[in-house]
Design a protein around this ligand. Structure first.
Ligand code: A2P
Length: 275
């Protein structure tokens, strides 16, 4: 299993995303993914599926210590008491003593970054998580977070795919020695009909999704969390470690980023995005 490491955290580069998957479907997909070989599962309190993710983990038969589980605290729960309640509830729902990575899901628009980062630090010290990170943080927020933190912030999870390559945020992430975790890596399917991606897929004898996920994981310091409820796709998305894209092919995909197209959408809690 290919991994990426930053600030002492080693994360499998392909994770299984679970946004918008719920109920039995969720438990089954998580169990399928783990049986196929995924060792990294991404959920969030806001997805309201942590109980089903936990069920899938247990049904997989793979020991907990072999898995990397991430969850997140929602932006409305970042005040200390709410934050702590949220994490305790996540652990209870997942039926685990500790997650591997705990993220602030969206930065707060009302609380200072220093305060929410201090609470995140405290969660690590309590043993609720092995590592801490953030999601949807801008360059300015990342700088503030690093000024405030005593513990390393190992990743910034952001929307990232060939139509949204976010060079400036990526440079800031790299500057802090962090990993980039790519959410909506398949652009919610919107990008999979792109002629450059489709042509490359034909040429390489792969699917468009495999081309995009290979592009992600061939970049140093990038972790990606495709989501699927279809076993065929779950399997295909993991089967990307036996071919390579050339430098020219990597560049052709990255060049699509000139579109700067956000596909995942964002809630009112979203910060003002970097250009
Ligand atoms: P499905 O659950 O039917 O596989 P993202 O991760 O960018 O948010 O994209 C998720 C969407 O992409 C889901 O609609 C999922 O549908 C679809 N998807 C996931 N894997 C593949 C794949 N290998 N080929 C085509 N579509 C895929």
């Amino acid at each position: 299993m290919q991994t990426a490491t930053a600030h002492g955290a080693t994360i499998p580069v392909i994770g299984f995303g679970t946004w918008n998957i719920s109920g039995e479907h969720c438990a089954r997909s998580v169990a399928d993914a783990i049986k196929i070989g995924y060792r990294h599962i991404d959920t969030a309190a806001g997805y309201r599926n942590e109980d089903r993710v936990g069920e899938g983990v247990r049904a997989s038969g793979v020991p907990r210590e072999q898995l990397f589980i991430t969850t997140k605290v929602a932006s409305e729960n970042l005040a200390e008491a709410d934050f702590n309640r949220s994490v305790e509830n996540s652990l209870r729902q997942l039926k685990v003593d500790q997650v591997d990575l705990l993220l602030i899901h969206w930065p707060s628009k009302v609380l200072p970054v220093a305060e929410t980062i201090a609470t995140l630090n405290a969660a690590k010290r309590k043993g609720w998580t092995k590592h801490i990170g953030v999601s949807n943080f801008t360059i300015k927020l990342l700088a503030e977070a690093w000024r405030a933190t005593k513990e390393p912030i190992v990743t910034n999870q952001i929307e990232y795919h060939p139509y949204l390559t976010q060079e400036n945020v990526v440079a800031a992430i790299r500057g802090h020695g962090m990993l980039l975790t790519a959410y909506s890596p398949l652009g919610r399917q919107v990008i999979l009909d792109d002629p450059v991606i489709v042509d490359l897929a034909r040429k390489k004898g792969r699917t468009p999704a495999q081309i995009v996920l290979r592009w992600d994981t061939q970049q140093a310091g990038v972790v990606t969390i495709p989501k699927s409820t279809n076993e065929v796709n779950i399997r295909a998305n993991f089967d990307i470690f036996n071919f390579e894209l050339s430098d020219a092919e990597m560049k052709a995909l990255s060049a699509l980023g000139a579109r700067k197209q956000r596909i995942a959408g964002w809630p009112p809690a979203a910060p003002e995005w970097d250009p």
